[in-house]
Design a protein around this ligand. Sequence first.
Ligand SMILES: Nc1nc2c(ncn2[C@@H]2O[C@H](COP(=O)(O)OP(=O)(O)OP(=O)(O)O)[C@@H](O)[C@H]2O)c(=O)[nH]1
Ligand SMILES: [Mg+2]
Length: 203
Amino acid sequence: MQIKSAEFVISAAQPAQFPNRPIPHIVFAGKSNVGKSSLLNKLLNRKSLAKTSSTPGKTRLINFFLINDAFFFVDLPGYGFARVSKKERHSWQDLIEDYLTNHPFVAQLILLIDIRHPLGQNDRQMLEWLHEMGYQFQVVLTKADKLNHQETQKQRQLLASACGIPLEHCLVTSSEKGTGLAPLWKSIQEHISEAAHLMKEKL
Ligand SMILES: Nc1nc2c(ncn2[C@@H]2O[C@H](COP(=O)(O)OP(=O)(O)OP(=O)(O)O)[C@@H](O)[C@H]2O)c(=O)[nH]1
Ligand SMILES: [Mg+2]
């Protein structure tokens, strides 16, 4: 995909701030520090459009980026971040749940999982919820540069099976090296086209 423009639109702290323009949303979700903001930047070939940090919990609001004036990339706060108060965690979980449950233009959710680790409890909950809701989602394993080829294959198999998805639906990426981006873009583009088509029919 050729990126002609990519701009930050808003950090939403409440549902009233979610953009309501009828164009597809591609959502990046996953554990805190898994590499959501980094992958989003890498896909857009922008160094620091989304803020990244080695300290978990960098993204605390729902950040919307408008791409090519045609679709949104949505950077969610990571789950499982321990160093915030229960109250703050609940408020942002409510915000995410509200967004994912009620927003009519979410075309695809990209669920990021660190390739080095087994699924966490939060990942399992998210997967269960996605299956239950019949959500369109794509699993992406991150930080593949940290493993060798053999370990990568092994982890991919284990994690695809733990997620209950076929191996070929479990993509492997590294934002550090810029690998695995083409198949991910292909998947994103398919969902954008499909969603844009459905939206046109509804309008
Ligand atoms: N080696 C390696 N490090 C990565 C990769 N992707 C991200 N990181 C590092 O992981 C850390 C977290 O990255 P972020 O992109 O900020 O993670 P996030 O999921 O947005 O985190 P929160 O906003 O806290 O939920 C940073 O130090 C990144 O440089 C990758 O592919 N390889
Ligand atoms: Mg982030």
